[in-house]
Design a protein around this ligand. Structure first.
Ligand SMILES: [Mg+2]
Length: 317
């Protein structure tokens, strides 16, 4: 796969995460008083500027694993190394981990098979699999083909990769829709109409299967035109996976460049790093990594290592 596309996705995601880390958990009202306008240091997690978090670490674990082929055991083993050893972290330490991810990794470390590790309860629908799924869209685009969102076996793989930590149908559908939208952008189709096509393609697939179609009413607002029409007050930016998906699409529809998209995302408040990562991956694919402000990109911890991972993945697919 073209290295540029890999960099668009990965750097877009990582820089979005970085922007959000210092202000995670701040409310929208607090941020309105002192909005994020660029890379900050310290703040919520007392990390230096350019520090990325679990979102990027887990996405990079997936990227690295997929560069060797699809192996669920290998993906989970890398996630566990992240949790236990600080593998694929900005400064060799883990400073945040979602509850469902933690529970899944405990199960894995106790011998549960990888595809049985993710939580299946309604409360297991945090955004912890959505935030790291993007490398899989790149992989499917090359290993299935550019029509992978029309192929049911693609969804099985997306669902399996989500289910390593998040196995409820709401999380699976969120990842399926996100990968389908990402595919449009990977193909160079970047208009709102194209993004909506990506959403509709995935929803049509889910509509055909009763075990998923019963959850589709919860995704009614996952419609880029509907979201574009909504004021910011109607957008939630906490940890619920559908809210994160809506927020990312809302930011994409309310901006015309990477910078403004990401500042919208982070200034929504609450789960700022994950909203930034999920919106950032799409914005990177839409606008291209060269559109990421130079001072944001150059702050990135271990940038050379990330670029090397992109190169290895690009050469492998
Ligand atoms: Mg995070």
């Amino acid at each position: 796969m073209d290295l540029k596309i890999v960099k668009n996705a990965v750097l877009g995601l990582v820089v979005g995460d970085i922007l959000g880390v210092p202000v995670e958990f701040m409310s929208r009202e607090e941020l309105a008083e002192d909005p994020v306008t660029g890379i900050r240091e310290y703040g919520t997690h007392s990390q230096p500027a350019g520090t990325w978090s679990d979102d990027s670490s887990m996405a990079l674990c997936l990227l690295k694993s997929l560069s060797k082929g699809l192996d669920y055991q290998d993906i989970m083993s890398r996630f566990l190394r992240w949790a236990e050893e600080g593998y694929m972290t900005a400064h060799n330490e883990v400073f945040d981990m979602g509850f469902a991810t933690r529970e899944a990794l405990v199960r894995f470390s106790e011998g549960t098979p990888p595809l049985k590790c993710g939580g299946t309860g309604t409360y297991d629908n945090g955004n912890g699999s959505l935030m790291r799924i993007l490398p899989l869209a790149l992989w499917l685009h090359d290993h299935i083909n550019e029509k992978f969102p029309h192929n049911s076996s693609s969804y099985q793989i997306i669902h399996n990769v989500s289910a390593l930590t998040h196995a409820h149908p709401i999380s699976l559908i969120s990842c399926g829709i996100y990968c389908s939208v990402a595919n449009e952008l990977i193909c160079g189709r970047t208009s709102l109409k194209d993004i909506q096509n990506g959403i509709t393609t995935a929803k049509d697939f889910y509509q055909s299967l009763p075990e998923f179609s019963r959850y589709l009413p919860k995704f009614e607002r996952v419609d880029v035109y509907l979201l574009q029409s909504l004021p910011k007050e109607d957008i939630s930016s906490g940890g619920f996976v559908i809210h994160t998906l809506e927020a990312a699409l809302w930011c994409l529809s309310h901006s015309s460049d990477y910078r403004s998209c990401l500042l919208e995302a982070v200034n929504l408040g609450e789960d700022t790093d994950t909203t930034g990562a999920v919106a950032g991956g799409l914005a990177g694919l839409k606008y291209g990594w060269q559109e990421i402000p130079e001072e944001w990109l150059s702050s990135t911890a271990k940038l050379d290592d990330i670029l090397e991972l992109c190169r290895i993945f690009s050469a492998s697919v």
